[in-house]
Ligand binder design. Sequence first.
Ligand code: GLU
Length: 298
Amino acid sequence: MERSDYRGRFAPSPTGPLHFGSLVAALGSYLDAKHHNGTWLVRIEDLDTPRTVKGAADDILRTLEACGLHWDETVIYQSRRTTAYQAAFEQLRTDNLLYPCACSRKEITDSALHGIDGQIYPGTCRKGVPAGREGRAWRVRADDQAISFDDALQGRITQHLESEIGDFVVKRADGLFAYQLAVVVDDAAQGITHVVRGADLLTSTARQIYLQRLLGFATPAYTHLPIAVNAQGEKLGKQTLAAPVGTHSPVATLLRALAFLRQELPAELLGHAPESVLIWAIAHWNKDRLKGIMNIPV
Ligand code: GLU
């Protein structure tokens, strides 16, 4: 069957082995792409080198393959794409949209209001770095026009960046490009039309749309899946010591992830190879069952 124009992706950060929460994002993005007869890519977001764990990227890729989640094009690694991020950074700087910032984390915490995603940057260095201080991070000037998008599951989302987030970092004090910039450059470079990921990134989306507009990129369609949380409501991740998915029982893992995504599998598929389970799941994928759900305790 001929492929459609749909291009989706799974973009894990290799900070440890794949855990259940990330497998759900992988599977949800895979099923949505394949149900639409699209292309599914994997991108390793190993840009934040201090947090990257040696061997974790290979481990994640092996686990995806064991689960039958085969990607369609070469895997790209953010650690090798600095030139592309630098070019976007230069474009923004030339357009006078960036400024250096000397504020320490403590200064921001002491002076800023707490917003929907951490402290709202109060704009201290907008008019210049204070005398005697050195700007090390770079921020993009945000404006306060409403940015709205229709998330396929979470509905209409509107944010005013300047008052709700503040000017945000595109290049960190340690010299690394920030996730918000890299993700926008890569989604555009890979021609991503549909982003399907965890709802923990819902509050980042307006910042990404803002950067897409500044850089002249198209905005993909967004679907934010519920995230797996523990009994305390915390996201399952390395911090909460979520157990790695592993490669030993891929069918059981897939069934658990499908149940989480509210896709009811017929019992006769038990015991089949992961690929057969996926063929069924692709054909029957119905994400409407997840409408309005931000998190699910597991
Ligand atoms: N690398 C990010 C994470 O693992 C996901 C980025 C994205 O899907 O946009 O949380």
